[in-house]
Design a protein around this ligand. Structure first.
Ligand SMILES: Cc1cc2nc3c(=O)[nH]c(=O)nc-3n(C[C@H](O)[C@H](O)[C@H](O)COP(=O)(O)O)c2cc1C
Length: 217
């Protein structure tokens, strides 16, 4: 099976997850090929955050109202950002494509641009993976990313075949104390018990590969 792993990673955490997925795939007899998604310009984290601020009130309401959340996920404007030329601009020769990036409220902007512009993705099976700063809060971290990715893939005609998200316990804006507290309050466990190398991450990566390719070659 020909597998492509495409990822954007601004501070290295999603890259770590991409490599762990590649190791799991290799243990099942699949050697993935790589696409590193690189933004055309590296902006500051503050500028990237500010770009999405108009959507924050709607995201806040999504956390308390399921019907608002559905509406938000169906209608919000996904920001995209210019990316550099791709090594594999056409993915039609691959059996499976895995697309990864950090959670930036929803999809990170370079990943959104990649999904919208890469050729040959229509009809393709796609697995998505992502990292986020906080603990794995069901709605704020997991659902907001998974459903945003599902919406993006539906828009380009690809089939969403699986998803895995893990925490990095890191945020460039220095939000780690808040994440630590949220993790203890909600899960009664430190946020590091959801990062790469944890049982949580190992289980998620194995299930992701099971969903995408099953046990063998
Ligand atoms: C613009 C921006 C928005 C972010 N939004 C979120 C968020 O909504 N939830 C969260 O937990 N972390 C958020 N983060 C933190 C990143 O998701 C986290 O640090 C991620 O693991 C970084 O991955 P990377 O090292 O591959 O770039 C955000 C970071 C940036 C720069």
């Amino acid at each position: 099976m020909r597998v492509l792993i495409s990822y954007f990673s601004r501070t290295g955490h999603t890259e770590g997850l991409a490599k762990a997925i590649a190791d799991e795939l290799a243990s099942r007899g699949h050697e993935p090929e790589w696409e590193v998604i690189r933004p055309a310009v590296r902006y500051s984290w503050f500028r990237e955050l500010v770009l999405d601020w108009p959507r924050y009130p709607s995201i806040g309401l999504s956390l308390v109202s399921a019907s608002w959340r559905r509406r938000h996920l169906d209608t919000y404007h996904q920001i995209e950002e210019e990316i550099q030329a791709l090594d594999h601009p056409d993915v039609s020769g691959f059996d499976l494509v895995c697309i990864g990036g950090p959670k930036w409220a929803q999809l990170s902007y370079p990943v959104a641009r990649y999904c919208a512009t890469v050729q040959g993705i229509r009809g393709k099976r796609v697995g998505s993976f992502f990292t986020f700063g906080g603990p794995p809060l069901k709605t704020f971290e997991i659902e907001l990313y998974e459903k945003s990715m599902a919406r993006m893939l539906a828009r380009v005609g690809a089939a969403h075949a699986g998803n895995v998200g893990i925490s990095s316990a890191y945020h460039e804006a220095g939000l780690l104390p808040l994440f630590r507290l949220a993790s203890l309050l909600v899960f009664r466990r430190p946020v590091t018990s959801f990062t790469l190398g944890s049982e949580y991450a190992q289980k998620g990566i194995r299930k992701f590969c099971d969903d995408l390719i099953g046990g063998g070659v």
